[in-house]
Design a protein around this ligand. Sequence first.
Ligand code: PLP
Length: 408
Amino acid sequence: MRINDEYGKLPGSYLFAETARRLKVYQAEHPDADIIRLGIGDVTMPLVPAVISAMHIAVDEMGKKETFRGYGPDYGYDFLVNAIRENDYQPYGIELDYDEVFISDGAKCDVGNIQELFSPDAVIAVTDPVYPVYVDSNAMAGRAGDFLDGKWDRLVYLPCNAENGFVPELPSEHVDVLYLCYPNNPTGTVLTKAQLKVFVDWARENDALIIYDAAYKAFITETGIPHSIYEVAGAKEVAIECCSYSKTAGFTGTRCAYMIVPHEVQGLNSKGERVELNAMWKRRMSTKFNGVSYPVQRAAAAIYTPEGKKQVQEVIQAYLENARVIHDGLISRGIEVYGGINSPYIWMKVPGNMDSWTFFDRLMDKSHVVGTPGAGFGPSGEGYFRLTAFNSLEATKEAVRRFDACLL
Ligand code: PLP
């Protein structure tokens, strides 16, 4: 059996495996160290009562002959699809057809799987630093070339750094697909509607596709920041949007997300004919996916009820308060800080001329705080460090206080 050689090109240790390895070694050597984790982007607060109660009811339904359900619809139950259209899009003036919404078990799967629709030689652009799934999923499919000196030689990298205000430049060469994630992981920064329009216009003029990852849209606090790329006129012709309940409603372990594939989005086949990506995605989903379980879709729909909305908002506000504590606390310590206002992520400039892995080790050793080195998210992440707002308020405050020991 011959294997896919592209897997062999992937850089060895995944970022969080390496941070976990270093932490394990440190803890073995310092068993008494009280470590505070502001590293991995996993939520810590439990599911809200409205979600739990909807899930209980749905589980009971599955235990009765009259209400039992087998395979669900391939693209999601009506009640959830319609709740998404009515609550996540109509308030922003966006009308979606019923069959443009696809319920899935995660945005990671969606952004990882969508590349199956692209030609093997499609040119892919990513912002740098970047959520690694966009890069690795294309690398596995052979679209990234070779990994040389920390970069894939066939990918187009669009650097985002303090110098350009974390707003990427438009690609200077031909690109078929651009991945954008706003509010951004890892930088926590956002694009205004006017800034996003520049990318939509570029995609329309250049026959390019934008994969827009809005997994963190629930954290947007400022006005003028789009919650959906479709708030920009013309975006429905050039953009696919991914959203997730993971961070919105604490579903990282429960698993539910959705992707919007408008009918207007088309690609060119090798005969030069235009083909709807919506039809391709339907074909792909019905072949390779059997839907998200009924109780989980009921649980997701519960966040759109009045009490669900209120409860979920309280959790988001608590995480945003943690983000504010980190943001303000680091600024008052003279550190350059980005993100943390419309996002649970804080992206700090590493003090001095330290590289981000050295700072990771130093912060763990001097302050017993764990974060994530920026270099792990791409070459332009070097010199930066990511902290997350998903710990408790007390632990977050303590972590910020402990920064003093590391900065001395
Ligand atoms: N997209 C981004 C930018 C993320 O940061 C994450 C998770 O950290 C995901 C997608 C994955 O979301 P899900 O849990 O729905 O797979």
